[in-house]
Each structure stands twice: as C-alpha cells, then as structure tokens.
Design a protein around this ligand. Structure first.
Ligand code: HPA
Length: 234
C-alpha cells in the first residue's frame, strides 16, 4: 500500500530514516554513505532510498521545506511505514555566539508556527528532541571528535519578512539557530510515539551576514551524516 505522498511499498523503508530537506541531498547521502542503496520513493521527486550502514538498514528521504511538508512525510513514515526513528539533517541560520559550520543538536524547538497548537488545544507544546537520540548524538560527537553543541533552535514559517525583532528575541532566550521544520517534527514525533532529533549545520549567520561557501556546506553535511549514522548504529 502506498500512501498519498510516498510510493514506497510496505517494508521498503527502514525503521530509521534520515530526513534532509533537499531530495538531491537524500540521493547524495544514499550514494556516499549507505551500502546497496535502492530508490524507494520518487513521488513528487521527493527521492527516498534504503540501504545499510554497518549492516543495519537505514533510509534517507527528502522532506521538502517547512513544517507542513516535513510533517506530511514524517507522519506517513511513522503511521504507515512503521518508522521508529527520524533524524532531520539540515542547515540553519545562526544567531549570537555560533560560527558558520557549527553543528547544533536541537534539544528544543520553539516556533511561530501554529502546527502543534492545532493538535494541542491551542496550548504551547514543549517541542523537544528524543533524549536517547540526543544523548547518542552527543556521545558519537565525543567519540568522533566532532564539535557539536546541544542547543535551542527556532522553527519559523516565514523565511522572508518574518518578525523584524526575531533575532533580538532569540538572543534573549539563548536560541542560536533558525530553521523551518524541527518544532513540527518534534511535536508529531511525540504524538506518533516515534523518536526524533534534528542535527543542523549553521550555514548563515543572521547578524553577521556571513554565508557558507558551497564546499563548506558539503563538508558540513558530510560531518553531520557521519555523526548521525554513528549515533544511530547499534
Ligand atoms: N531562516 C530559516 N531557515 C533557514 C535559515 C534561515 O535563516 N537558514 C537555513 N535555513
């Protein structure tokens, strides 16, 4: 049975899924990091693959940008494909005391999105990472000697022309990364009973106007994938 947005057959998707925003990144990760990767989704060109890492099945699927797109894929993975662990691999804008290329392990995700409130009676949900995944990522970073910090991030619905005071509000609350998916992913993971974590490379600094060069982005992605795959391996 395929689902509205995934044409993978039952059993084709592993119980652990890496979720980059960009489907071409999913393909790149599958080709470079997984053994025997097979394409399992092409619907809407949201490419998905399943292969193995150290003998363990792992899938990688694009999520698209923003909470609605990410949540559609993550919900179908959890509800219809029996997925148990979802790790978003992405980039974020940095705020305050972070540098380009820093890797953030998102412990919590605040948001201007109403997505979680829609399902939580209008109340504010604490959108947080799964502790075991977070701890595994911290441990893997230590073992691989990768600098990664546990951080609060902010998921915005508005890439352009959002709250003009957002940066100062984030600094005030010690939030150091801005992206567009994690709060929704964390909320739905809590509701669906699956584990989720977002691992983000700082690709831009919102106050300093700095941007990563394409080679730096590539390097950041490789470091994050190595870290995440190590954290997820038994
Ligand atoms: N804002 C939102 N999402 C992002 C950003 C940003 O500055 N950088 C990378 N993803």
């Amino acid at each position: 049975m395929s689902t509205p947005h995934l044409d993978a057959e039952p059993g084709q998707i592993a119980d652990t899924v890496l979720l980059p925003g960009d489907p071409l990144r999913a393909r790149h990760i599958a080709r470079e990091f997984l053994d025997g990767a097979m394409e399992v989704n092409t619907r809407r060109n949201m490419l998905g693959y399943t292969g193995t890492f150290r003998g363990q099945r792992v899938s990688v699927l694009g999520s698209g940008m923003g909470i609605p797109s990410c949540a559609i894929y993550a919900t179908e993975l959890a509800r219809f494909h029996g997925v148990k662990r979802i790790v978003r691999i992405g980039t974020c804008g940095g705020v305050g005391d972070v540098a380009l290329g820093d890797i953030l392990l998102a412990q919590s995700a605040s948001t201007d999105s109403r997505f979680n409130r829609l399902q939580f009676g209008g109340h504010d949900l604490s959108a947080c990472a799964d502790f075991d995944l977070l701890r595994a990522a911290v441990d893997a970073a230590g073992q691989l000697d990768i600098r990664a910090s546990v951080a609060g991030v902010f998921s915005t619905d508005s890439f352009y022309d959002g709250d003009p005071h957002l940066v100062e509000r984030l600094v005030r609350h010690r939030i150091v990364g801005v992206e567009m998916e994690s709060a929704g992913l964390y909320g739905l993971a809590l509701r669906e009973g699956v584990r989720a974590l977002s691992v983000l490379a700082v690709s831009d600094h919102l106050q300093r106007g700095e941007h990563m060069a394409p080679e730096q982005r590539e390097q950041g992605l490789s470091t994050m994938v190595a870290l995440v795959l190590d954290a997820l391996a038994d």
